[in-house]
Design a binder for this molecule. Structure first.
Ligand code: GLY
Length: 359
């Protein structure tokens, strides 16, 4: 049996792929269609066979493989893939299946939304981060230089299949990557969820189906109320004003994961929430300590901090010259569009820097 998560924009199935509606959707609606699976080099090696075994009806699909890495989530690679689709003579009634983590579903969703003005697609997230966040909610996108997700669209897949079998082959740093978004969801949604989760966080933490389902359900409840991020949905960017700028800073320098940067961002934005008196010092320290148990903080020199601030000023969520961020108003509640000053950004970044000495 699979669990269906209530969501009005598309079907979300949680459970084994072989028991899901995937085969019947293909045989009923795409019997005579061409099917393309988008994979990356890892999911090509580790996940494709399981997909074909679980759903033999698609084992004739053509496979397009993305190069690994955030630095490839760019227009030039999108162009190459669009050329490949054109060479395959893909038509609007054909189907794309995105098999991978956030990079694959962001890029694959974006391509699906622009190729021939839109072609139907299905997301099969294979990472924890993809399962609890990136594959759900209709955001697609690619980067522009160091600026994250500057080109993109809002479009939902026809369905999303979440099968935790894929998590078995994930390295631990990828599990932590996904926990960054689970932490975010807990901190902004409810104090008890955060309290329970914070006690469990440790370097070897394993995925937990109940937590995955809870995170997905929370995310869909927010997207349901504000699908195009006109207001409320912005709270899902908690940790991402700093997180995206830090990730952008590293994109051409060193391989750091989105989740690692989001953990730093959650710490920085929680620190500012504490400095503004929204949460207590103990509440902040609980966040800092929990994050310190799952990642190793790294130092940032003055030049890096200045560069990160410059990137933050370009965040697509800003208005005018103000840097806007999410801040906690209490544990379990978050406000968006909070104007933060240069001095606050510097203070939070220097604080992160200090934490690097405490690993
Ligand atoms: N990842 C944040 C959102 O989907 O809105």
């Amino acid at each position: 049996m699979t669990t269906k998560v209530p969501f009005s924009y598309c079907e979300i199935n949680f459970g084994l792929l072989k028991n899901s509606s995937l085969s019947s959707i293909i045989s009923n609606d795409y019997k005579n269609s061409r099917i393309i699976v988008f994979a990356d080099e890892n999911t090509y090696d580790l996940c494709l066979e399981y997909l074909f075994e679980s759903c033999p009806i698609i084992n004739h699909a053509d496979v397009v493989v993305f190069p690994l890495g955030e630095e490839n989530k760019i227009i030039e690679v999108a162009h190459q893939i669009l050329d490949a689709l054109s060479n395959f003579k893909l038509k609007r009634n054909d189907l794309i299946i995105n098999l991978g983590g956030g990079i694959v579903t962001d890029m694959g969703g974006f391509i699906s939304s622009i190729y021939k003005r839109g072609i139907k697609f299905i997301n099969i997230p294979t990472t924890l981060l993809g399962m609890v966040d990136a594959s759900i909610g209709g955001k697609t996108g690619i980067n522009l230089g160091s600026y994250k997700n500057q080109i993109g669209s809002f479009i939902h897949p026809i369905s999303i299949y979440i099968d935790s079998f894929f998590l078995k082959s994930l390295p631990q740093n990828e599990i932590i990557n996904g926990y960054a978004e689970i932490i975010k969801h807990a901190l902004i949604s409810d104090a008890k969820s955060w309290f329970d989760l914070s006690n469990k966080l440790e370097k070897n933490i394993q995925p937990d189906n109940k937590l995955i389902l809870k995170s997905i359900t929370y995310k869909t409840s927010i997207v349901e109320r504000d699908p195009l991020e006109m207001g409320l949905r912005k709270i899902l960017n908690f940790g991402h004003t700093f997180g995206h700028a830090i990730e952008g800073f590293f994109v051409d320098k060193m391989n750091v994961s989105h989740g690692f940067c989001v953990c730093l961002g959650i710490c920085a934005e929680s620190y500012l929430s504490f400095k503004r008196g929204n949460i207590s010092k103990d509440e902040y320290l609980q966040i800092e300590n929990a994050i310190n148990r799952i990642i190793d903080f790294i130092p940032f020199d003055k030049e890096a901090i200045n560069e990160i601030y410059e990137l933050m000023k370009q965040d697509k969520k800003n208005k005018g010259d103000q840097v806007l961020s999410c801040l906690l108003i209490k544990i379990g509640e978050c406000q968006y569009d909070k104007d933060i000053s240069e001095a606050e950004v510097m203070d939070a970044m220097y604080h992160l820097n200090l934490l690097a000495g405490t690993n």
